[in-house]
Design a protein around this ligand. Structure first.
Ligand SMILES: Nc1ncnc2c1ncn2[C@@H]1O[C@H](COP(=O)(O)OP(=O)(O)OP(=O)(O)O)[C@@H](O)[C@H]1O
Ligand SMILES: C[C@@](O)(CCOP(=O)(O)OP(=O)(O)O)CC(=O)O
Length: 393
């Protein structure tokens, strides 16, 4: 039996992907750009094993067996095996042998799955990267991850990553590309404000299908707004211009949700907590007369806040005051260290509104991080020596 364990990151788009031109190949109607989050705070761990004694391919996700016949899982398995057969050096009998074995896949997210925290992006990126390591496949893999979940292609790289939409019918030019590495902007911080009143929202896949069918605003966004915005965003990142980066991020999040409202029937991903956070951010920036904080929302009410390290402590203090934690004993702050600070009265007067207890269940503080990587520590393996999930899997 050959076994490999890898980890992969979550990514959050600052220029959103929303809408496909090809559902089966998962080809987008616009390019997008994301920040890869550090795996110290959010990651998927996946172990894959190939064994001639396995009667069938199987997958376990977060401790439960999942449907291996899910079309997107099958796409990833089929494509990575095709690539392995194509790229293996001639006469590499070992890879040829393993390619004929069935595989067991065991995967765990260290954050909530299907909760709007982009678990599918990290999950499919980890699956593809793990299988590539198992079969000895190197080089471009984002095209395969894209067929698991569109945003997963961006998790194949660390740092700042663009997904070039491509024009070809076969999607061979719809690939992810690193814009800058994770150490490019060391002061950048990302705060994830996990909303407690999480209602089951319309999933991204179904949501964008309806938007493409019904929203004229989405067509305008894809054709007339995103191309120029991508260039501006890349320039802002390269220059580490937070004013430009932050404003573009907020404007793109706002426009993405505007297209959701322009969808028929409309899709409401933002809730009361989201709207309060948006107001709080703009009041905070207005107080300082510059963009020190930026928000971005995906297909759910969780807020992703971008800022620079010197602002973290003060803004977290404001969040705690605006959305005080419920006394359920769970830690309110997770991830990078945050120090309590006192707030000036004039800042409080400028930003504060009525308090919303429990509106935010917890805050994850993180930073840009690396792409997928193979673990050399066998204690991390999720499959035992028998090829079945162990206590960690
Ligand atoms: N570790 C994983 N390995 C393989 N597949 C995964 C993994 N984690 C999640 N998935 C797949 O992604 C699906 C969840 O994707 P979904 O888009 O519904 O939620 P999300 O990605 O967490 O939220 P959002 O898309 O709104 O950001 C799961 O049902 C599963 O099919
Ligand atoms: C709002 C988004 O997070 C949409 C993510 O959509 P998915 O990648 O989850 O959709 P599928 O391609 O159908 O799997 C914006 C983004 O991440 O770019």
């Amino acid at each position: 039996m050959k076994k490999v364990t890898c980890t992969a990151p979550v990514n959050i788009a600052v220029i959103k992907y929303w809408g496909k031109r090809n559902e089966e190949l998962i080809l987008p109607i616009n390019s997008s750009l994301s920040v890869t989050l550090h795996q110290d705070q959010l990651k998927t761990t996946t172990t894959v094993a190939a064994n001639r004694d396995f009667p069938e391919d199987r997958i376990w996700l977060n401790g439960k067996e999942d449907n291996i016949n899910h079309p997107r899982l099958q796409s990833c398995l089929r494509e990575i095996r095709r690539l392995a057969r194509k790229r293996r050096s001639s006469g590499d009998d070992n890879i040829s042998k393993i390619l004929n074995y069935k595989v067991h896949i065991c995967s765990v997210n260290n954050f909530p799955t299907a909760a709007g925290l982009a678990s599918s992006a990290a999950g499919y990126a980890c699956l593809v990267y793990s299988l590539a390591r198992l079969y000895g496949v190197e080089g471009e893999l984002s095209e395969i991850a894209r067929q698991g979940s569109g945003s997963a292609c961006r998790s194949m790289y660390g740092g700042f990553v663009q997904w070039i939409m491509g024009e070809r019918e076969d999607g061979k030019d719809s690939l992810a590309q690193q814009v800058e590495p994770e150490n490019h902007w060391p002061e950048l911080r990302i705060l994830i404000l996990v909303a407690s009143a999480e209602k089951k929202h319309v999933g991204s896949t179904a949501g964008m299908q309806t938007s493409v069918k019904t929203s004229p605003l989405l067509k305008h966004r894809a054709e007339s707004v995103v191309p120029g915005r991508m260039e501006e965003m890349i320039e802002a990142i390269k220059k580490k211009d937070f004013e430009a980066f932050g404003q573009l991020t907020m404007k793109d999040s706002n426009q993405f949700h505007a297209t959701c409202l322009d969808t028929y029937p409309p899709i409401f991903y933002l809730n009361q907590v989201s709207q309060r956070i948006i107001g709080l951010v703009h009041r905070y920036n207005a107080y300082y007369g510059t963009t020190k904080i930026a928000y971005s929302f995906d297909a759910g009410p969780n807020a992703v806040i971008f800022t620079l390290d010197p602002t973290v402590n003060e803004f977290v203090e404001i969040v705690k005051r605006s959305f005080p934690p419920e006394s359920n004993g769970d830690p309110y702050l997770k991830g990078l260290a945050v120090s309590p600070v006192s707030l000036s009265q004039d800042l409080l007067s400028a930003v504060e509104t009525d308090v919303f207890p429990g509106g935010v269940s917890y805050v994850i503080v993180t930073q840009p991080g690396p792409g997928p990587m193979e673990s050399q520590d066998i204690s991390v393996d999720l499959l035992g020596t028998d090829g079945f999930p162990n206590a960690s899997g």
